[in-house]
Design a protein around this ligand. Structure first.
Ligand code: FMN
Length: 357
């Protein structure tokens, strides 16, 4: 059993005026961390804050249909951050005001996205190469709203430009409530290891602002290492939550009792898949649910190992009744060998499906 952290370790987190019930965040994963997935994770428990997929500030002001789907939420999906990106201070400020009026609790500015579509407009991680521009954007957002503003970034553009500590210090002075650091550079993409040392340098660079560590956390042991080595105030988990949506509940239990308790059992995971599908269907109908679930199938299959035939059927899913049949067959087959109830086999964090992330 892993030891409990020292009793003095803070277990909640203050973001400006907002107190979060836990210090564990669901990291934004475009295409995955939509309202249905956030809801199933919240229903399990332990989550401190969830964030939407990244949302283009200009598109938000135009209220495009696709953008409004990205910001879809319900009162039980709280506390929630909407993640904005854009390189124009005025547009970002206007979008921030809109977000505040929309009623969510936090605005997260994306400064980490390396995808070409985002970077070519000067947004995402390109902002880490334009110090003045980045500060103007952050200032404009912070001044536009009363709700807490956070910034998510990488360690820097490449190893020669590890600018995150300097940025974090400057953001703290502008009134940013927290920074979330993915411990890789833009150049690294998803290769190599997360640099815990790099995250620690960001923690050491700031005065009081919480720094949230991010990258490759998929077990309680990974989280413990992240907290101990970096001194970060909280952890943001993306791909680890796709593989184990129980991880937030386990982390909270672990830090309170020393025992993380079980992750989802085989039957519970089958139930969760159906619940997830039905929430997708509630939001946008059976066809959308089927198409979105096809993408999700890869992650579910990594743990459930349903065999090639059932996996391929999941990837061609067209209806709720088909999913119910597949889940029945999986129930009949039972868990894969080496499955220990509540303890699925250890799985490496897979690379981002969008390899550039
Ligand atoms: C498919 C995918 C989509 C992502 N989308 C976003 C996004 O919209 N905004 C963002 O800031 N980061 C995004 N990321 C980066 C993650 O939030 C996170 O920083 C990264 O995956 C490392 O954390 P993890 O190892 O816990 O997944 C994405 C990553 C992946 C794999």
């Amino acid at each position: 059993m892993l030891p409990t952290l020292a009793p003095s370790t803070p277990r909640t987190l203050q973001l400006g005026s907002l107190r979060l019930a836990s210090r564990y965040f669901l990291a934004p994963l475009a295409g995955y961390t939509n309202w249905p997935f956030r809801t199933v994770v919240r229903e399990i428990g332990g989550l401190g804050l969830a964030t939407t997929d990244l949302v283009n500030a200009r598109a938000l002001m135009q209220q495009s249909r696709r953008t409004m789907e990205l910001v879809h939420t319900t009162p039980n999906d709280r506390p929630l951050a909407i993640q904005l990106y854009g390189a124009e201070p005025k547009e970002m400020g206007d979008a921030a005001r809109w977000v505040e009026a929309y009623g969510v609790q936090v605005i997260d500015i994306n400064m980490g996205c390396p995808v070409h579509k985002v970077v070519k407009g000067g947004g995402g991680s390109a902002m880490m190469c334009n110090v003045g521009g980045a500060l103007d954007v952050v200032r404009s957002v912070v001044e536009a709203v009363k709700i807490p503003v956070t910034v998510k970034m990488r360690l820097g553009w490449d190893d020669q430009n590890l600018s995150a500590p300097n940025f974090a210090r400057a953001f703290e002075q502008l009134g940013v409530a927290a920074v979330i650091i993915h411990g890789r550079t833009r150049e690294q993409g998803f290769g190599g290891c997360v640099s815990l040392d790099g995250i620690r340098q960001v923690v050491e660079a700031v005065d009081r602002m919480p720094v949230i560590g991010n990258g490759d956390v998929r077990t309680i042991g990974d989280a413990q290492r992240m907290l101990e080595v970096t001194g970060c105030a909280g952890i943001s988990i993306g791909r680890g939550a796709l593989i184990n949506p129980w991880i937030f509940r386990q982390l909270v239990r672990w830090e309170t009792t020393g025992d993380p308790g079980p992750s989802g059992g085989y039957e519970e995971r089958l139930d969760l898949m159906l619940r997830h599908f039905r929430l997708l269907m509630n939001q946008r109908g059976e066809r959308y649910a089927s198409l979105t679930f096809r993408k999700m199938a890869g992650w579910y299959s990594k743990v459930m190992k349903p065999g090639r035939d059932l996996h391929e059927r999941l990837q061609r899913l067209e209806s709720e009744s088909q999913l119910a049949d597949i889940l029945d067959e999986m129930r009949g087959k039972g868990p894969p060998i080496h499955w220990r109830e509540g303890q699925p086999p250890e799985i490496a964090v897979p690379k981002g499906p969008i390899s550039h992330w």
